[in-house]
Design a protein around this ligand. Sequence first.
Ligand code: BJW
Ligand code: ZN
Length: 319
Amino acid sequence: MPPIPAADLQSFAEYLQRSTRILALLGAGLSASSGLPTFRGAGGLWRTFDAMSLATPEAFEENPSLVWQFYSYRRHMALQAEPNRAHYALAQLAKKNKDFVTLSQNVDGLSPRAEHSAEQLHLLHGSLFDFRCTSFYCNYSIKNDFTDPLVPALAIPTQSVRPEPSKDNKTGEEATRTMYEAMASAQNDQELAKEELDISDPFVPLPTLQVEDLPQCPECGGLLRPGVVWFGESLPAHTLRAIDEWIESSPRIDLMLVIGTSSKVWPAAGYVDIAREKGARIAVVNMDRNDAPGGVYGLEPGDWFFEGDASEIVPELLR
Ligand code: BJW
Ligand code: ZN
């Protein structure tokens, strides 16, 4: 990846110094170098499914087993992942500047784990670690970022996929080699036996779980669901309100950072226009120039586009 052009870095650093009211919009690209896939593009397929087709209330209604396994897998991966240097750099900026607010579309918990101040972090699309009851009259909800899997049925299967050693007639030397290979293979099998299968691989069979084996509400026995925001659903009202209050609290926003998002999902993407209307200059960090808010022609004079991996660029920018 080419280094950041020195002139851009300098003009950004100077402007950042003078900025107080700063907004950041984060997307899946921020967590890509922590090993978590994005939605659009190469990483956006889970098994044979477009990840976004699973992120809908219709998909959950039609196949709760599949959608629960998708989210349980993503939650498991997020628990294994570590925040990267960009998560920490943003958390540091929040500590230094109480007038900096982050709007994250990510549900992976990596910003909270980097100790980004919770008052300055708004999770637009919820969290993989929140759950709520789907029963109409029940308000049960719970946070759980430690039980993995949430219920036994959601455990990722562990079994060896190694084929049986061949039993063909062999010469003495071949037979000895086969025996040693078989011994090594058996030892490997024991290790493999403890390893999880990769259920994102479409060739690994996925069981169809009964609804009664999926996470259930302890209060009414209804089906629980992940506390994320699916297409067609409203973003959390208290989150939208808190963001509006911050926006309305001053006639000005100095700077908006747009990091690792395709800027294609609303209302999240709309905050860029709101910030611009309040005078903000926009700094985009993305691997793909086409994904600037408003597309390649969406940037205006005075904006910046920093092309490359957010985990490398953001710490440089916020140094
Ligand atoms: C890197 C990198 C690296 C990679 N470094 N960069 C028509 C017009 C306007 C709006 C609508 C419309 N029709 C429907 C709507 C509304 C709809 C919407 O926006 N649809 C669009 C697709 C058109 N929005 C909604 O439904 C929202 N609710 C709502 O609006 O309520 C009111 C309403 C309802 C109905 C109708 C009208 C109004 C809810 C949106 C919820 C989105 N939910 C998801 C799933 C969350 C749970 C989960 O995680 O499973 O949120 S979808 C998915 O997209 C997820 C993400 O948060 C979100 C954004 O994706 P993101 O983060 O940008 O990821 P990618 O993959 O798209 O991009 C990654 C980027 O990183 C790329 O640019 C890469 O280049 C870059 N990158 N590696 C830096 N290392
Ligand atoms: Zn309930």
